[in-house]
Write a protein that binds this ligand. Sequence first.
Ligand code: SF4
Length: 453
Amino acid sequence: MALTGIQILKMLPKKNCGECSIPTCLAFAMKVAAGQVEIDTCPYVSDEAKATIGEASAPPIRTLKLGNGDNAFTAGGETCMYRHEKRFVNPTGIAVLVTTDMDEAAVSGRIDRFNTLVYERVGVIMKAELIAVKDSKNDEASFTALVQKVLDGSARAALILISDTPAHLAAAAKVCGARIPLLYGATADNAAAMAQVAKDCSAPLAVKGSNLDNCVDVTNTLLAAGLKDLAIDTGARTLRAAFEDNVVARRSAVKAKFKPLGFPTLTFPCEMSDDPMMEAMIASIMIAKYAGIIVLSDLQGDILFPLLLERMNIFTDPQRPMVVTEDVYPLTGPGEDSPVVITCNFSLTYFIVSGEIEGSKVPTWLLIKDTEGLSVLTAWAAGKFGADMIAQFVKKSGIEDKVKHRDLIIPGYLASLKGELEEELPAWNIIIGPREAGHLPVFLKEWKPSKPL
Ligand code: SF4
């Protein structure tokens, strides 16, 4: 059961030293209770208290880490049923399947597409994270060779190793070295041997259940064997069954704190349909309804991109607007005679405005002022995009050293700020830009410095 802030406070050293970057132990305890800070952040807390608090404050869906370094992939860690209750934490991992009975070209094509299908959207990089390698011939040599090929072919892929033979998984996991794979799959028959392999490799293990009840039996066996890092495949291979199982598993873990189902789920849309569009539709539902990882038969841009976009929307924190960093952004190679445009740091605004500027091919300096993610008018109304703040930012931004002219183009919606801004920035001419970003290209093409350079 979760501990309250006061219960956690009783286990803290109460030095109020602030070394955890929080001024008091009470405030720290409240944040730990709310799941906003890890207990490890306090350097003085005892190991015993760490274990007690860590266990009590752990999310009901256990967090799994695969891969290593900058390319580590994290699944699970979820704490709620619905995004609006709090937020969804770790985006569903997208995996592509390669098998030992695929020919060379099929495998290489999938690895190539895994590496190249990378997109940027509102400053966020979107891509598939995992490659599932299946020992479909039940042959150790070809399985380990394929694992090696995937490791060599993609430096960033986290791996799922799929085999019915524990010894093959052990050999393949050894090939992976520091890139921790997810081992799949433990059944009622092989649970003991699989548990031993997972322990020896220090790798998480996925349960391959035949239904939800069977999954519970196998996870209980693995938990009793001392394993903690598990994932579950309930064995469902129809949309309806997979949907139901995912919802039941999440509800059981989050609402009833039922530990045997408190693990990220592994789902296989690739085994639910031969039709790529149907497979994509199933994958999209699994992303929305609680899959920790989905395994696809292939990656194609027209299918992957919408799935990535859906995933980004679902896993964006609804309580925090997406922002870009306050800075001066040079777009299409501006020089000292290029126009200077300013706007807010709401991601959507930035990407719409920068997109229009880049589309116009007019080299431009784009000043992005931190408005805490609020859009132009909202930021102005909230007192975060006033003349004094804009002036302060313009002065410290260094733009005065980058251009010879002194024209500052402000959003059309802030026309009322012109007078105030001219007082705050007496060296600058305040030019009222268009209200809509779509009108920027024509505006910029027609812009000439107010005073000759
Ligand atoms: S570092 Fe530990 S002792 Fe210091 S204020 Fe934070 S919680 Fe309290």
